[in-house]
Design a protein around this ligand. Structure first.
Ligand code: XIL
Length: 381
């Protein structure tokens, strides 16, 4: 028993060193911060996995203690998107990202940068200019190049993983690189490769990810997973500096979900030599109202933590799955009710900031992943 414990401690220390080592090649996080021993981040540390959350400034201010205690990587919910960093052409506002990075430093966390090339949350000066013809496609390409270069340069050395490109594939069956995507329509399909080259040139050490939803079999069909897999394989053959695939992991209890399929799909990306990450996990369901977030179907109270459990296990089983990030902390401030009418209850803390069953399930999974199930006695009497 004693030697088993010692082994566990040694393994834990090795894991910590490994995590720190992986991180310090790209970014450093120095602080004396010590998370609680039973926190998600502490339980994930021995196997080198990082548990993460997304946060906007008001959430950092209101829930900073939990965010610091429980998570070892943070993502800005909005503050690194083009609309927020360059609201007026030529005038940058990096304050949201800089503040998150300062918070992360103080709490010994890494940062996922999100996101450089996306069709959503673009500044109106840019979209208006394209619509009214004052910005030509050639100028648009130069503007995107400048945006990627300036943003990655500003945050160079401080970002662990960048979501370089977000949501470029269609939801159809079969899926394909979306010809109607804002960037593809104006700049051609090669733009998805170029943004990675530009990002690498500006920060040679950050892990560069392609990020999307429903690309690990969430809909059961694997259509989008197949398309992203084929693209990633081709991009690597073209020597594109693609390091990682981020699967957002937005689930809804009204649809089916297969954890083993997600595991297979993550492993398939990993077998290309890529790292993988769950980047925006949440599991929504129908609720009584957007304030209280009480599920209307009592079985959803069981389905919701089950899907979290299956998603985390899919990541745990894949060695190259580096981080598991949840898109927010509490149901009180999730993006879900504003976007999916009638739905909520998507996160792991309730509206009163109490940990939900999903929290407990993740904690149990991480404990087991540490090899902490007690060993059975032998077969004798
Ligand atoms: C969401 C934010 O959480 C909201 O605050 C914002 O209004 C819209 O965007 N996929 C993504 C994220 O990649 O950037 C989105 O974040 C959620 C879906």
């Amino acid at each position: 028993m004693r030697s088993r414990r010692l082994l566990t401690v040694v393994a834990a220390l090795a894991g910590l060193v490994l995590t720190g080592g992986t991180a310090s090649s790209a970014v450093s996080s120095h602080s004396d911060f010590r998370p609680p021993a039973d926190s998600l981040r502490a339980l994930a540390a021995p196997i080198g996995l990082r548990l993460g959350t997304a946060a906007v400034p008001s959430e950092l201010a209101a829930y900073g203690q939990i965010i610091g205690d429980q998570f070892s990587v943070v993502t800005p919910g909005n503050e690194m998107k083009w609309q927020l960093v360059e609201p007026t052409q030529g005038t940058y506002d990096w304050s949201g990202g800089d503040n998150l990075i300062a918070f992360a430093r103080a709490h010994d966390q890494l940062v996922r940068g999100h996101t450089l090339a996306w069709h959503n949350q673009l500044p109106t000066w840019l979209t208006d200019g394209v619509t009214n013809g004052t910005i030509s496609d050639e100028q648009l390409r130069a503007l995107l190049h400048k945006h990627v270069t300036d943003e990655v340069t500003h945050f160079r050395g401080k970002i662990w993983q960048w979501d370089v490109a977000n949501e470029f594939f269609t939801d159809s069956t079969p899926s394909q690189l979306n010809p109607n995507d804002f960037w593809v329509r104006h700049l051609g399909p090669g733009i998805l490769e170029d943004v990675f080259r530009w990002a690498r040139a500006a920060d040679p050490h950050a892990i560069l990810c392609y990020n999307d939803y429903n690309i690990a079999g969430e809909d059961g069909s694997n259509a989008k997973a197949d398309a992203v897999y084929a693209w990633a394989k081709q991009a690597l053959a073209h020597r594109v500096p693609l390091d990682c695939i981020g699967d957002q992991g937005h689930l809804d209890t009204q649809y089916g979900f297969s954890g083993p399929l997600m595991q297979q799909d993550l492993q398939r990306y990993a077998d290309l030599g890529l790292k993988v990450a769950i980047t925006e996990a949440d599991v929504r369901t129908f609720v009584n109202n957007a304030t209280d977030n009480v599920p209307t179907d009592h079985l959803a109270v069981f389905a919701q933590p089950f899907e979290y459990d299956q998603m985390l296990k899919a990541c745990l089983f894949v060695r190259q799955c580096l981080s598991f990030t949840i898109w927010g902390l509490t149901d009180a401030s999730s993006w879900i009710p504003a976007v999916f009418a009638g739905e909520g209850y998507a996160l792991i803390y309730d509206v009163n900031l109490n940990p939900k069953p999903a929290y407990t399930v993740l904690q149990q999974d991480l404990r087991l992943a540490n090899g902490s199930a007690p060993r059975r006695p032998g077969t004798g009497h």
